[in-house]
Design a protein around this ligand. Structure first.
Ligand code: SF4
Length: 426
């Protein structure tokens, strides 16, 4: 029996260099599929989706709101041909009711320990319209190694440089930041995986460079330090979301191979300046994630923020526009206040203004978004700054014997670019 797992295409951020990381949700989900099923995976962001085939069962994995309309379109195509379709993933949870209109079943929640029963229901023609495990999390030790064998690895290269592999060491987040939907998706409880399972998974990945995609590693200091200690012998180099702002933790992180962090930068305070400096003092580079359009933010605040990022010599910056994703407090507030003017999910790419900002017009915020990208990368384009970041990690890898050069046979390739013309299902 063949299960076709599809990761729908979405439009990437305007201005950003287009490269593609291997997706995480589909490989984590694929590990839970009963072994007697053949799994064929298509990532529509890097390859053409074959639509004339006849798999026994189709799964559509969606991470982003900007994937949902394309996911629905693909599902409608297969269902017209009598092939049953299941949806899962983060964006399915955020858009469950709408997605049910395009699905034979939607799976909500985390899949470990659940899929035997779902596939059994499929085989007996008794699929339920919805399997809802949103608040019923699997035991942490049930979470095994993701099934990365479904990936076509050559596609996740940029000009011969292998992209980082994604892995996670914990789920949930104890914080509840204003524009974030993680508390809805993964709960307010921090749920670390056992160290031995995480280390076993990292060691098995045929890639020295990883992206630890946990929501934030700064959740529990003792756990975080224990994780880094266990990671030191692996000699992997990795990026992640924030690390605890503590010298001992940062020192261990650097020893464990911390390469760069994604750090939210929301103001020009000394606190943020020092936070960046402390990462850099430990040899950890910083990619700022900068959200524009927060309530209270003025045009001058944005102009000053961009100058500040250059002053503190941030290694990379990713600017996005505040977007009220469903199931966030932002969405509830803005909807109640009548400030959302687009509910076209294809506009929810975080580079388009879909709401009425507090202190700036939507048009001006859109212009300031472009100003921020252009100004930050004026002297050194993004591709050059990324190259400098790669050089830093290459030096460390050469020193500890883990360096792998670029793939010469893929040096001309930028997978994803050639997929621009892929049309929707007929
Ligand atoms: S995932 Fe990040 S942004 Fe979201 S609540 Fe947790 S710390 Fe805040």
């Amino acid at each position: 029996m063949k299960f076709k797992l599809i990761y729908p295409k979405w439009r990437k951020l305007l201005r950003q260099t287009e490269f593609h990381l291997p997706p995480h949700g589909p490989v984590v989900f694929a590990a839970t599929i009963p072994p007697e099923w053949d799994v064929e995976f298509t990532d529509e962001n890097v390859e053409t989706l074959e639509l004339d085939d006849s798999p026994d069962f189709v799964g559509i994995s969606m991470m982003l709101t900007s994937q949902v309309k394309r996911g629905w379109e693909i599902a409608d195509h297969y269902r017209r041909r009598g092939i049953k379709v299941m949806f899962g993933g983060i964006a399915t949870m955020l858009h469950a009711e709408e997605t049910m209109a395009h699905a034979d079943t939607v799976f909500l929640g985390e899949a470990e320990g659940r899929m035997e029963a779902v596939f059994e229901d499929f085989r007996h023609g008794r699929l339920k319209p919805k399997y809802d495990y949103m608040t019923d999390f699997p035991a942490d030790d049930l979470i095994g190694t993701a099934r990365r064998s479904i990936l076509k690895r050559d596609l996740y290269n940029y000009k011969g440089v292998q992209m980082v592999d994604l892995v996670h060491a914990s789920r949930g987040c104890r914080f509840n930041c204003y524009p974030c939907c993680v508390s809805f998706l993964g709960g307010r409880k921090f749920r670390p995986r056992p160290y031995d399972r995480v280390i076993e998974e990292m060691a098995a990945i045929d890639n020295n460079r990883l992206f630890i995609v946990d929501n934030s590693l700064a959740q529990n200091k003792a756990w975080e330090m224990g994780l880094f200690r266990e990671m030191i012998p692996l000699k992997k180099k990795w990026c992640c979301h924030p690390i605890e702002d503590d010298d001992k933790v940062l020192d261990l992180a650097a020893q464990a191979g911390a390469w760069y962090v994604y750090q939210a930068i929301y103001d020009t305070s000394e606190r943020i300046r020092n936070r960046i400096r402390r990462y850099k003092d430990h040899g950890i580079a910083v990619e700022g994630t900068i959200l524009l359009g927060l309530d209270g933010q003025t045009e001058n605040d944005i102009l000053r923020l961009v100058d500040f990022l250059l002053e503190v010599e941030l290694d990379l910056a990713e600017f996005t526009i505040l977007t009220p994703f469903p199931h966030t407090r932002t969405f509830d507030d803005y909807q109640r206040e009548g400030r959302i003017f687009s509910y076209d999910w294809n506009d929810y790419t975080a580079d388009r203004v879909v709401f009425q900002p507090d202190k700036i017009s939507p048009e001006r915020l859109q212009e300031l978004y472009h100003y921020a990208w252009d100004t930050f990368y004026e002297e050194e384009p993004q591709s050059y700054k990324m190259f400098k970041l790669l050089q830093k990690v290459a030096v460390r890898e050469k020193a500890d014997g883990t360096y792998r050069g670029r793939r010469r046979d893929l040096i001309e390739q930028r997978f994803g670019k050639q997929e621009e013309t892929v049309g929707g299902p007929s």
